[in-house]
Design a binder for this molecule. Structure first.
Ligand SMILES: [Zn+2]
Ligand SMILES: [Zn+2]
Length: 273
């Protein structure tokens, strides 16, 4: 079983699952490594009813304990899913120098003061007047591009087209080629900066029928020379850990990949798919 490098626990505001239950689920699936990556969206107070920030020292102390407890059964990696925010640049770049993380996912959950989950993000980006989700999706991709150009505080870009989970009609009208000039640029920046792209299988559990990002984007990343590729279920509950990983392996192989990437002390290591 592929190693899951995107897993949430009760340290995240949107998960009630104790870390041990998540890790036990991974062991049952035969995983050799799991990376716990709880949410830390610093500076988003007031944009959302949940508090997506971590008590950083307590969090990493807990991960350290778990690593010791599970030694010999599974390797517990220390991860975090950081919300990328330009105005928090200084905080984020300083933070990643001080935490003992193996792996940092950079994600875009908040744009222009909206939680991407919030329907007003779509209404105010053109849906209200045109009935089209294109404005919101384009805004999401352009904003993601700007952030990864500017910020260095991450190892892998999380769920690149995650915005389609929450649009008014989700992915009904979504065609990656309609955004490919921006998406291409995102992929090129990742490659140039030595950052990984995440294949996030949660798209399947959200009924989208595709991983994040879509197959054609994964394929394009490979064509452009992208090699650093992490895999994560984005599981918030035990039965979601490792979800749709056999589908992901097939998709990634058909896109031309032979290896995927895990991170140890923020250095990439390659494992066969
Ligand atoms: Zn979450
Ligand atoms: Zn996320």
């Amino acid at each position: 079983m592929l190693c899951d490098f995107h897993v949430h626990t009760s340290f995240s505001a949107d998960s009630k699952s104790p870390a041990r239950e998540q890790i036990d689920a991974a062991i049952k699936l035969g995983m050799k490594e799991i990376c716990i990556t709880d949410h830390h969206d610093y500076g988003t107070g007031g944009m959302c009813h949940l508090d997506y920030t971590l008590d950083i020292p307590a969090y990493f102390a807990a991960l350290k304990e778990l690593r010791e407890e599970y030694r010999g059964r599974i390797c517990v990696r220390y991860g975090i899913e950081l919300g990328l925010m330009l105005r928090e640049r200084e905080y984020l770049e300083d933070l990643v120098k001080t935490i003992p993380a193996d792996f940092i996912i950079g994600s875009n959950h908040f744009i222009d003061g909206y939680d991407v989950y919030d329907k007003n993000f779509y209404l105010d980006n053109g849906y209200e007047t045109t009935g089209s989700d294109r404005g919101a999706y384009l805004r999401f991709f352009e904003s993601s591009l700007k952030r990864i150009q500017t910020l260095d505080c991450f190892d892998s870009l999380g769920h690149l087209d995650y915005v389609i989970r929450y649009g008014p009609v989700k992915n009904a009208n979504y065609r990656p080629e309609d955004y490919m000039d921006v998406i291409d640029e995102i992929l090129r920046v990742l490659i140039q900066k030595g950052k990984a792209l995440e294949c996030n299988t949660a798209g399947f559990k959200y009924g989208l029928g595709h991983p994040h990002p879509y197959e054609e984007i994964l394929k394009r990343y490979h064509e452009l020379g992208g090699e650093l590729l992490t895999i994560g279920s984005d599981g918030h509950r035990p039965h979601e850990v490792g979800g749709y990983f056999s589908e992901a392996a097939e998709i990634l192989k058909s896109c031309g990949f032979r290896y995927y990437t895990v991170f140890h002390e923020r250095k990439p290591e390659f494992l066969p798919l």
